[in-house]
Write a protein that binds this ligand. Structure first.
Ligand code: F6R
Length: 243
């Protein structure tokens, strides 16, 4: 694991955006795995900036998002599909056909999950996967007591996750309790992984993921076994680390 500690959120976002931009410059038809949530928002802003200065071109890029709420229509402003359109895709020249977010309204869960895996495989696998981390150590929506063998599947969200995500909804009762998520196996098959975390609320899960024992109780701890992970942390998120 390469661990980069920077001063603040802005620096974290800039570094992550530069890593993605370099990936796309070196391989214009890169397959990117993308995350939602607060953490990557600054990185997406930086990527839009780089695109508007003609420093990166997304015309041949393909993307696969980590997850989507189950039971939420993609037109719903709370959907992760809409988040991606609003925060990145509407502002860059990605081909809409190359955008993939699991369909949260699908009735046939098994079919949609295996189709998602098949599409990732057909695209040649994920070249670079961006991850955030939950306060409970989740990556994607792979919650504690995770099955490390799982691929894309339907998950029950942890209470801590529902509470954390209630900030995006009118009330906690409106937060979906299930989601479709890439599994740990899907994530671990990515060629390169960037894990981002900022703020003191992530210090404990980052310390457990990086310094702790590899355990299904801390899903992100499995990243210790991947051979190309870059962790970019602000000083607060890094404050519990022993390095
Ligand atoms: C989002 C995702 C989640 C988030 C994590 C952190 O697609 O898969 O694992 O990365 O919950 O969320 P934020 O960034 O909002 O703290």
């Amino acid at each position: 694991m390469r661990i980069i500690i920077v001063n603040n959120y802005e620096e974290m976002s800039k570094k992550a955006a530069m890593m993605i931009a370099s990936q796309v410059m070196l391989k214009p038809d890169s397959v990117l795995g993308l995350a939602t949530g607060d953490t990557p928002l600054g990185m997406y802003k930086e990527l839009i900036q780089l695109y508007s200065k003609n420093e990166v071109d997304f015309k041949e890029v393909t993307t696969f998002n980590l997850d989507e709420y189950y039971g939420i229509n993609r037109k719903n402003p709370q959907s992760y599909y809409e988040y991606m359109m609003a925060n990145l895709f509407n502002s860059i020249n990605i081909n809409r056909k190359n955008i993939h977010v699991p369909d949260g309204m699908s009735q046939d869960v098994n079919a949609i999950c295996s189709d998602y895996e098949e599409k990732i495989k057909k695209a040649g696998g994920i070249d670079m996967q961006v991850l955030g981390i939950g306060g409970n150590g989740h990556i994607g929506f792979n919650e504690p007591d995770v099955n490390f063998e799982a691929r894309t599947h339907l998950v029950n969200l942890d209470e801590q996750t529902i509470e954390a995500n209630s900030r995006f909804f009118d009330s906690i009762g409106d937060v979906p309790v299930k989601a479709l998520s890439m599994g740990i196996k899907t994530i671990m098959n990515s060629k390169k992984i960037i894990l981002l975390a900022n703020g003191i609320s992530k210090a404990e899960s980052i310390a457990r993921a990086i310094n702790g024992k590899i355990s299904p109780k801390v899903p992100a701890s499995i990243l210790q076994l991947h051979n190309d992970v870059t962790v970019i942390l602000d000083s607060e998120a890094a404050s519990g680390l022993q390095i």
